[in-house]
Design a protein around this ligand. Structure first.
Ligand SMILES: Cc1cc2nc3c(=O)[nH]c(=O)nc-3n(C[C@H](O)[C@H](O)[C@H](O)COP(=O)(O)OP(=O)(O)OC[C@H]3O[C@@H](n4cnc5c(N)ncnc54)[C@H](O)[C@@H]3O)c2cc1C
Length: 569
C-alpha cells in the first residue's frame, strides 16, 4: 500500500468524496477507517504529518483514566477500559499490559478529602491514601470487566516486598494494570492502510492544505506536489484536535469547543533507574496531590506529564520550572537515585484538545469526548467537530462519529471495528504474543538474522514481512549511523508510509528520538536516504538537515549511558 501515491491517483481520477475529514491525528484516521469499511467515500486532509499533534505527543498509554473516577466520569472510564482491553486483544503487536506501581505515603490520610471530591462537594486535590486507592481500584476493575484481559490489583504493606530502595517515606504500595501502546504512530498508519485497502473510494493526504471559496467549494492543495483539487463534500468532519476552533473559524463559524491544555514529557537516559523500574510504570503523588507518571520505554524513561492551560494551540514551549519540577519529583521516588538535567535526552510537548468548561484547574477539565454539529453558512453543509477524547478511546469516538455521518447520509452501517484486528496483528492470534513465531518465519523466508527479524516485527508487527520483502528486492545495506535500520527499510517508510519530510521519518515513522539515539550523524544520513527515495537532490537534503537541527525535540542532549533495548511486557 502506497498511501500517498494511491491517494493522489484516486483524487486525480476525478473521484468525488462525500465526506471531508480535516486532521490526520488518531481520531480523524479512526473516522476514515469507519467510513471506508462502510462504503462511504471520504478524503482526509492533514496539513502537516499524520500524528503531528497530540496523537504523536501522548504518554503512549491505553488507560481507563483511574483519576477520572474522582470526578465521577464513570461512563468515560467504562468506555476507556473496554477500549484498552480491545487494543490488547486486537493490536497485540503494539500493545502490552503495563503494571502501574503506586507508592503511597498514607494509609488513610487524604481519604475524607477524596470522598468529598468524589461526592462533588469539594474540588481540591488530595493526598492519595492506600484505602482511597484500593476503593477506587475495585470500582475501576468493575468498570473494566468488559472484554477483561488484565490481572487484578494487589496491595503490598511490608517494605520487604516493595520495589528495591523505594523512598523511605512510602508506607504502602498498590499496583494495578493498564497498557502501553508501543508504537502509536505506526498503529495510525495501519488504520490508514486498512481504510485504503477496504475501499477504493477513500484517500488520505498528509502535507496538504485546503481552503473554502465564497460559494462553498473546497480546494485541496498538495503542498509538496502543488496539485489542486476541488470538491463539494456532503459532510465535513473537523478532527483537528486543539485547532478545532481555528478550523471552524476558517469555515466562518465562531466556536469555543476546545480547552487547550499543554503537556510535556521528559525522556530520561538513566541505566540504573531503567533497570530498577523493571518494565513497570510508577505513578506517584508529588506530595501536593499532583500525580506524576514515569515508565521505561525501549531504551529511555518517559516522565510526565505537566498540565498547563494555554491560549495558543501552537504553544510548544516548556518553562524551566516545569522541567525542574518533574526532575525533582522523579528524584524523590527512590532513596539512592538522583536525576539531573544531564539525564534528559529530550523534551516533548503536545496540546490536549479537551472540552471547554469544567473546573478552574486543568485537571478538573472534562476528559470525555463529544461531537458538535454546526452547519456551513453557504449550502448548510453539516460540519461535525470532534471535541476532546483520549488516544485510548479513538475507536469508540470514530465509531460514534461514523454513526452520526451515516445518519446524515442515510447510510446503514455494514461493518463494525470493535473486534477487527489491526493489519499488523495478522497471525499474532487474538490476545496472543505471536511475535516470536512471526520473527522466525520472516528470518527463514528472507534469510535474515533472528535479531533483524525481531527488530522488524517490533517495529511493524506482521507487516514486517512486507518490509523484509521490499528490502530483499534489491541490494540493501545497514544505515551506518544506526545499523539496526537499513537503507531500503527507510525507503519503504518513505514510499509506502508517506514519510516525506525528515522529521516525519525521525519522529513519527521510527522511534529513534524516543530511543534517545537521534544525533547529527543520524539526521544527515537519514536526510540523504530520504532525498534519494523521493528523487530529490543533495541541496534539498541539506536544507532539511538545517531545518531539523532547529527542532529542539529532535536532538538528543544527554551523554548519560543509554539502556540496552528491552521490550517490557
Ligand atoms: C502530553 C499528552 C499526553 C497524553 N497521554 C495520553 C495517554 O497516555 N493516553 C491517552 O489515551 N491519551 C493521551 N493523551 C490524549 C491524546 O493524545 C489525544 O486526546 C488524542 O491524540 C487527540 O487526537 P486528535 O486526532 O483528536 O488530535 P491531534 O492528534 O492533535 O490531531 C489533530 C490533527 O489536525 C491537524 N490539523 C490542525 N489544523 C489543521 C488544518 N487547518 N488542516 C488540516 N489539518 C489540521 C494537526 O496537524 C493534527 O495532526 C495525551 C495528550 C497529551 C498532549
Amino acid at each position: 500500500m502506497r498511501i500517498r501515491e494511491q491517494s493522489l491517483a484516486r483524487i486525480a481520477s476525478g473521484a468525488s468524496f462525500d465526506v471531508l475529514i480535516i486532521g490526520g491525528g488518531v481520531n480523524g484516521v479512526a473516522v476514515l477507517r469507519e467510513l471506508a469499511l462502510n462504503g462511504v467515500s471520504a478524503l482526509l486532509v492533514e496539513r502537516s504529518d499524520f500524528c503531528m499533534g497530540a496523537s504523536g505527543a501522548s504518554s503512549r498509554m491505553a488507560h481507563g483514566g483511574l483519576r477520572y473516577l474522582e470526578n465521577r466520569e464513570f461512563k468515560l472510564v467504562a468506555e476507556s477500559t473496554c477500549e484498552r482491553n480491545l487494543l490488547l486483544k486486537y493490536a497485540p503487536h503494539f500493545t502490552r499490559p503495563l503494571e502501574v506501581v503506586v507508592p503511597l505515603t498514607s494509609y488513610i490520610k487524604g481519604l475524607p478529602g477524596s470522598i468529598l471530591r468524589f461526592m462533588g462537594v469539594s474540588t481540591r486535590d488530595n493526598t492519595l491514601s492506600a484505602a482511597g486507592l484500593k476503593g477506587a481500584l475495585y470500582l475501576y476493575e468493575f468498570l473494566g470487566r468488559v472484554e477483561k484481559v488484565l490481572p487484578l490489583h494487589r496491595m503490598l504493606l511490608s517494605r520487604g516486598v516493595f520495589p528495591e530502595r523505594l523512598a523511605a517515606r512510602y508506607k504502602a504500595v498498590i499496583s494495578y494494570f493498564d497498557a502501553r501502546i508501543r508504537n502509536p504512530e505506526a498503529l495510525v498508519l495501519e488504520m490508514i492502510e486498512d481504510a485504503l485497502s477496504a475501499s477504493q473510494d477513500v484517500a488520505c493526504l498528509n502535507h496538504a492544505e485546503w481552503s473554502m471559496s465564497e460559494n462553498g467549494d473546497i480546494t485541496v492543495l498538495d503542498s509538496l506536489g502543488g496539485q489542486e483539487f476541488a470538491l463539494r463534500p456532503k459532510v465535513i468532519v473537523n478532527a483537528s484536535g486543539a485547532w478545532v476552533d481555528r478550523v471552524n473559524q476558517k469555515f466562518g463559524l465562531q466556536t469555543h469547543y476546545i480547552r487547550p491544555v499543554k503537556g510535556a514529557h521528559l525522556l530520561i537516559r538513566h541505566d540504573e533507574l531503567f533497570q530498577r523500574m523493571a518494565g513497570r510504570a510508577f505513578y506517584f503523588d508529588d506530595g501536593k496531590g499532583r500525580m506524576v507518571i514515569c515508565y521505561p520505554l525501549d531504551r529511555t524513561i518517559l516522565l510526565g506529564t505537566t498540565e498547563i492551560q494555554v491560549e495558543d494551540p501552537n504553544d510548544a514551549s516548556i518553562a524551566p520550572a516545569e522541567v525542574d519540577y518533574l526532575l525533582s519529583a522523579l528524584s524523590s521516588l527512590f532513596d539512592d537515585i538522583k536525576i539531573t538535567a544531564d539525564h534528559i535526552a529530550t523534551v516533548t510537548t503536545g496540546i490536549r484538545p479537551l472540552q471547554s468548561g469544567g473546573g478552574a484547574s486543568a485537571n478538573q477539565a472534562n476528559r470525555d469526548h463529544m461531537i458538535a454539529e454546526d452547519r456551513l453558512i453557504v449550502g448548510s453543509v453539516p460540519l461535525l467537530s470532534l471535541v476532546g477524547g483520549k488516544w485510548t478511546t479513538f475507536r469508540a469516538f470514530g465509531e460514534q462519529a461514523g454513526d452520526r455521518i451515516f445518519g446524515l447520509l442515510k447510510v446503514t452501517r455494514k461493518a463494525d471495528t470493535r473486534r477487527r484486528p489491526y493489519p499488523g496483528a495478522a497471525g499474532f492470534g487474538v490476545g496472543e504474543d505471536g511475535a516470536e513465531r512471526i520473527a522466525l518465519q520472516i528470518a527463514s523466508t528472507f534469510g535474515l538474522s533472528p535479531k533483524r527479524a525481531h527488530d522488524l516485527v517490533k517495529r511493524y508487527g506482521a507487516i514486517a514481512a512486507d518490509v523484509a520483502a521490499h528490502c530483499a528486492e534489491e541490494n540493501d545495506r545497514p544505515v551506518a549511523s544506526l545499523p539496526d535500520y537499513s537503507k531500503r527499510e527507510i525507503g519503504w517508510l518513505v514510499v509506502r508510509r508517506a514519510a516525506l519530510m525528515l522529521d516525519d521519518l525521525l519522529l513519527r515513522r521510527t522511534q529513534i528520538v524516543l530511543d534517545g539515539r537521534c544525533n547529527e550523524a543520524v539526521i544527515r544520513e537519514f536526510a540523504t536516504i530520504l532525498a534519494e527515495a523521493r528523487g530529490l537532490d543533495s541541496e534539498w537534503a541539506r536544507a532539511e538537515v538545517a531545518r531539523c537541527l532547529e527542532i529542539p525535540a529532535l536532538i538528543i542532549r544527554s551523554t548519560a549511558s543509554l539502556s540496552q533495548e528491552a521490550w517490557h511486557g
